[in-house]
Design a protein around this ligand. Structure first.
Ligand code: 3EB
Length: 340
């Protein structure tokens, strides 16, 4: 089976473009492969690489793989259910929580395992988290929406690790087609990180109580550079971004306007105007965004969403469109990417 692939280069990586996993493995080192595919499995080590299968595709033809590469030799292992691969500078760690009637405790425990691993191995600079949540808008057995249940466990784990709001990395919290909850994190040993907020959106960790007992804890973007004085050539990891201004969803039921506002939010987030607060100057526009994922709630909206995105992204950008639910019932689309 040939799958489309999205290859993301860590700053140490030597690879670009779409490449077969086998070719990458032959010419360099793979930290891990995240399969956006038709079923979910527990994370595992395979051929000395981390593997995580996410249920994010309805058919094999929609499946793709995200490959995290490095120029250095890779070591792998498992820590209280968290599976990891690291190269001395970067750590990729993945976990999974089996379907359950209430996710708070299992989420907290799985996050604690991954955070504890980062502490133990000395990868203390976590710069990106992805979370895939089946039945994200359904109620758990206690009547709490599963996304809010997850947010509760995540907030408790961060609290246990004294992970302050300003230190949390950019993240994606999105629906999946099955398999409970799966997640993967990227962390660095020595990179200098800056958490970036969007001046037109409320920080997610300040969202009011109406969105759940504990707010979602993530940054709008994380700027990753070799040193704190490099305010120009770092990578910018853009969190999942939706049609939200302040803390409110705008354009309920209007896919065109939701896509526009999501794109406008990213455009502003990565602009020098917004980054000035952090003394970062990159001259970015949406044309600099790559390794993009566009999550669309209704499959029938994908052609229109694709058309709008193609008008604003670079023709060379790698973009994947996925059909999954989004973390608020009134959100129809969410978009993430990397400025590298
Ligand atoms: C939002 O802005 C939209 O819970 O980790 C985006 C990115 C969203 C990450 C998360 C949620 C998360 O609130 C949803």
């Amino acid at each position: 089976m040939t799958q489309a692939q999205q290859t993301v280069n860590l700053p140490s990586s030597v690879f670009t473009g779409l490449t077969e996993v086998s070719e990458i493995a032959a010419t360099g080192n793979v930290l891990g492969v995240i399969n956006y595919t038709t079923e979910c499995t527990d994370p595992r080590v395979e051929n000395g690489q981390l593997r995580l299968d996410l249920h994010m595709a309805a058919t094999d033809s929609e499946a793709f793989a995200e490959v995290w590469t490095t120029a250095r030799p890779v070591e792998t292992g498992e820590h209280h259910g968290a599976v990891y691969a690291h190269d001395g500078e970067y750590l990729l760690v993945a976990g999974r929580i089996a379907p359950t009637g209430r996710y708070t405790e299992d989420t907290r425990a799985a996050y604690v395992a991954a955070l504890d691993l980062m502490d133990t191995l000395g990868y203390k600079n976590c710069f990106r988290m992805w979370n895939f949540i089946n039945d994200i808008n359904a109620d758990n057995t206690e009547g709490l929406e599963i996304y809010r249940d997850f947010c509760k466990g995540r907030a408790e784990a961060f609290e246990l690790f004294h992970f302050g709001d300003k230190e949390v990395p950019s993240a994606t919290g999105i629906g999946s087609q099955g398999g409970g909850i799966a997640f993967y994190f990227l962390a660095s040993r020595s990179a200098a990180l800056t958490s970036v907020e969007n001046s037109k959106q409320m920080a997610a960790y300040h969202y009011p109580r109406q969105y759940g007992p504990r707010p979602p804890k993530f940054a709008r973007a994380t700027y990753l550079a070799a040193t704190h004085t490099d305010r120009r050539s770092g990578q910018l990891y853009v969190a999942g971004t939706a049609s939200i201004r302040g803390h409110e969803t705008l354009h309920d039921g209007d896919i065109v306007k939701q896509v526009e506002l999501s794109l406008d939010n990213i455009e502003h987030l990565i602009s020098d105007e917004n980054l000035a607060d952090y003394e970062i100057t990159q001259g970015n526009s949406l044309l600099n965004l790559d390794n993009i994922k566009v999550y669309v709630r209704h499959r029938s909206d994908i052609p229109a969403v694709r058309k709008m995105c193609e008008e604003r992204f670079s023709p060379n950008a790698r973009v994947q469109y996925l059909n999954v639910d989004v973390c608020r019932a009134d959100l129809l689309v969410e978009i993430e990417g990397i400025v590298a």
